[in-house]
Write a protein that binds this ligand. Sequence first.
Ligand SMILES: Nc1ncnc2c1ncn2[C@@H]1O[C@H](COP(=O)(O)OP(=O)(O)OP(=O)(O)O)[C@@H](O)[C@H]1O
Length: 409
Amino acid sequence: MARSPSLPDRPTRDIDPNLPDEERLDALRSHLEELTDVQEKLASQLESAEERRDELRERVDQVERENECLKHSPLYVASVEESFDGEVVVKQHGNNQEVLTEVSPRMADRIEPGDRVAVDDSFGLQTLLSAETDARAQAMEITEKPDVSYDDIGGIDDQVREVREAVEQPLAEPELFEQVGIEPPSGVLLYGPPGTGKTMLAKAVATKTDATFIKMAGSELVRKFIGEGSRLVRDLFELAREREPAIIFIDEIDAVAATRTDSKTSGDAEVQRTMMQLLNEMDGFEHRGEISIIAATNRFDMLDRAILRPGRFDRLIEVPEPDVGGRERIFEIHSQDLSLADAVDYDVLAERTDGYSGAEIESVTTEAGMFAIRDDRTAVTMADFEDAIDKLESDDGSEYVSSENYFFN
Ligand SMILES: Nc1ncnc2c1ncn2[C@@H]1O[C@H](COP(=O)(O)OP(=O)(O)OP(=O)(O)O)[C@@H](O)[C@H]1O
C-alpha cells in the first residue's frame, strides 16, 4: 500500500523587532521565500493525493460493478410464443418448458411473439435479446461473396480437382448429372490436419459458383449454444434454402458427430439430438436444388460412421499437410503482396519447413514482414524469412508445432 508522503516542515523564524529596517526587510524576504517553497511542495503533494484518490475511486467503481455482476443469477434464453394483455407464454430453450408469465410495464409494449428473451429463475422477463445477440446470427457466418479463388490455394491440386468435381460441377451443370442419370454426391467431407486449406476449399467453390457461403462451427454448437443445437441445424438448412445457391460448411463436424459414448449425461443427449437433426436434414434433402453441403474435421477417427452412409457425407477427401513442392507454392502465394528486397529462395524455405501447414507458412510470411518493420525497412529479405522460421521454431507455443501432432492423437 502506498504511504502518504510526509509534510514538509513549516518554517518558523523569530525576527528581532529591534533590527534596523533594512535587515528586518531582508529577514522577512527570506522567510517569505521559505514559505513559498513550502507552499509549492504542499501543492504538488495535494495534486498527487488527488490523483491517487481518483485512481482509488475508479477501482472502487470497478469492484462494485464486478460485485453487482456476481450477485446476479444467470438468465435463461426463451422464446415468446403468445402475448396477451401484460402476459406472455414463453418457452425456455433447452428443456422446452412453457410458462405463462407477467411482463413488466417497462417491457410490455416491446414484446411480440417470436422474440427471444432472457428470463430469470422465476421466469420474469429480464431483457429482450436484440438481433445481434440472436444465436442464429451468432452461430452462423454468412458470406454473400467470399473472395477466395482456387489460385489462392497451394499444394493440394488433387483435392481442388476432386472438390470441383463433387461440388462445383453439380451446382454449375446439374443437367449433366440428370442426362447421365446419376446422383451427385450428397455431402463432401474434408478431413486432415488443421490449417491445411479445408475452409479455403469450401470458400473457393462458393466464389466460383456465386453461392452464399454459410459456415457453422460444430464446436460452437455444443459449447456456446447449449440446448439450441438441433434448432440451429434446422435454421441452417432453412437459411440455405432461402439463399440458394448456397454452400453449407460445417466446420469441426466431429463435435456433433462423434462416436456415441455409453454415458448418459444430458450434454451427450443434447449432442445426439443435434446430430440426429443433421442426419434428418440430410436424409430429407432429396430435391436439394442449388445447395451443397461440405463438412470438415481433423478428427476423422472420432466420427460416428452413421454420417458417412450413402446419401450423407458420401464423398471423403483427405486434405494432407503440403509436401515440399506444395510448401514452396504456398510461400509464393503468401508472398505475392509482400515488397521483397531481393530474390527469395522459396525452395530453400520449403525445405526448412517440413511438417508445416499452410496456415503456419502464412504465419512465417507475416512474421518475416514484422522483422522488416521492426528494422525500419519497407522491403522483406530472405534473411527475414529465415529469422521468422527460427523465431517460430523457438517460440514456446504449440501453435507452431508440426500439425501432425494434432492428427489422430
Ligand atoms: N493450401 C493452402 N494454400 C494457401 N494458404 C493456405 C493453405 N492452407 C492454409 N492456408 C492459409 O491458412 C489459413 C487457414 O486455412 P484454413 O482455414 O483453410 O484451414 P483449415 O484446414 O480449414 O483449418 P482448420 O481445420 O483449423 O479449420 C488460410 O486462410 C490461408 O491463409
